[in-house]
Design a protein around this ligand. Structure first.
Ligand code: HAM
Length: 415
């Protein structure tokens, strides 16, 4: 038997209904905030992520699916989409368009991590990027947007963490201080930390090794190294969040595992998720466009929701069957089957889902209607066709009504 690839899942019904439900909810909210969709390819040149996400990150170091194409070029399955969106922004001169570019995306990403609950090698993100402004009001609006998406899918008991990793200058001073501090303690840490202590000290804070945590807790806080402008930017982000009555906790250790961040970073976690508890992460990346070759600055901020984790949270927090069958029609005999095709079409035109049974046994059809949790069933035989009167059964209450064709459609039209 040929099986799917490790860490890559099939999403089957009825779960796929929950996926469609969260995607539709996200699209509604994106539209309300004036975001429009961007679709970029799943394959990019490897250098895009090496430069954008950073050589010393776990993603680039250990987790990318990279291969040599037949012409010798190195290609990578996208591990994230922010670098791709900025590549596209530069390539298509989107900076020439009026106003901010507010773009969203929904699609698969690939990271070769150790699979576990909530962590997959092909996973999906629902993300957004607002490009062209460094105003702290945009940071707050982006966070408000992602909170609105969570509310729209019925999730309220989450925790929002925010931090500022400062701009380049502040971070350089912090890196120096970290390096000095790590000189003594790094030899007691894991192999990755020992290497990062030299090459990219900030990444030591991403370490998940339990024995290293007490050491990491005693390292200096980045908030003590922010310069005046960074401090003011962060103060205003917090103020705008308070104005919006969005609750948050400042977490100075939240540096996020990607190198492009500058100033604001944020993450939202949820208790239902277990150890992989981050539903989403994001932050500001004011220099990313220049790192990727843009001649003009294009400061931006965005987030990516882990859709697999969002779906898990929605499934855990409510018993919802977003793709319910509205009407099961059971035709008795061939004449009825032909007659019911037109009836099914009229009901579908009301935007209701209809299953037209083809089994010869009525009992079997009724079993199927039950198993599929149909809201209504309609049994149609020769008598109904002649009299044009139909018996509609409400499956929840057991009530039956005999209705003319028009009355039937009117009844079904009501919510
Ligand atoms: P990230 O923190 O690497 O950020 O990923 C964002 C979210 O994707 C995580 O919080 C998690 O929910 C989900 N995720 C990541 N890896 C996996 C995995 N292996 N399996 C399942 N879910 C996963 C980014 O990707 C940035 N591009 C976010 C961003 C957008 N920053 C600015 N703009």
């Amino acid at each position: 038997m040929i099986q799917g690839v490790k860490g890559m899942r099939d999403i089957l019904p009825p779960a796929s209904g929950v996926w469609n439900f969260v995607e539709a909810a996200a699209r509604r909210i994106f539209t309300r905030f004036n975001y429009r969709e961007i679709r970029t390819p799943i394959l990019e040149e490897t250098v895009l992520f090496a430069r954008g996400v950073g050589e010393e990150t776990d993603i680039v170091n250990k987790e990318m699916y990279t291969f040599e194409d037949r012409d010798g070029s190195s290609l990578t399955l996208r591990p994230e989409n922010t670098a791709s969106v900025i590549r596209s922004y530069i390539e298509h001169r989107l900076d020439q368009q009026p106003g901010l570019q507010k773009l969203y995306y929904i699609g698969p990403m690939f990271r070769r991590e150790r699979p576990q609950k909530g962590r997959y090698r092909q996973f999906y993100q629902i993300g957004a990027e607002a490009i062209g402004s460094d105003s702290p009001a945009i940071d707050a609006e982006v966070i408000e947007l992602v909170v609105a998406i969570l509310h729209e899918v019925g999730i309220r008991d989450f925790e929002l963490f925010v931090n500022s990793v400062g701009s380049k200058k502040s971070r350089a001073r912090y890196n120096e201080a970290l390096q000095a501090e790590l000189k003594d303690v790094a030899p007691k840490m894991c192999e990755d930390c020992r290497r990062r202590a030299q090459s990219n000290p900030l990444r030591v804070l991403d370490c998940k090794v339990p024995e290293d945590q007490p050491i990491i807790e005693r390292l200096p806080s980045i908030l003590d190294f922010l310069d005046e402008e960074d401090r003011e930017h962060f103060r205003r982000v917090r103020e705008f969040l308070e104005d919006r009555q969005i609750r948050f906790t400042v977490n100075p250790r939240l540096v996020r595992g990607l190198d492009y961040y500058a100033r604001t970073t944020f993450e939202i976690t949820h208790g239902a998720l277990g150890s992989q508890n981050a539903i989403l992460g994001g932050g500001r990346y004011d220099r990313l466009a220049e790192t990727l070759g843009s001649k003009t600055p294009a400061p931006g901020i965005g987030f990516s929701i882990g859709e697999d984790r969002l779906v898990m949270t929605v499934e855990a927090s409510q018993a919802l069957n977003p793709q319910r069958l509205d009407v099961y029609i059971a035709p008795m005999g061939d004449t009825a089957l032909r007659h019911c095709a037109a009836l099914a079409r009229e009901i579908r035109e009301l935007d209701l889902s209809v299953e037209l049974g083809t089994d010869r046994k009525l009992k079997r059809m009724m079993e199927l209607a039950n198993k599929q949790e149909a809201r209504f069933t309609l049994i149609v035989g020769d008598n109904e066709i002649v009299s044009q009167a139909y018996t509609l059964k409400d499956m929840a209450s057991g009530d039956q009504q005999t209705l003319s064709r028009q009355a039937l459609l009117d009844r079904l039209r009501r919510p």
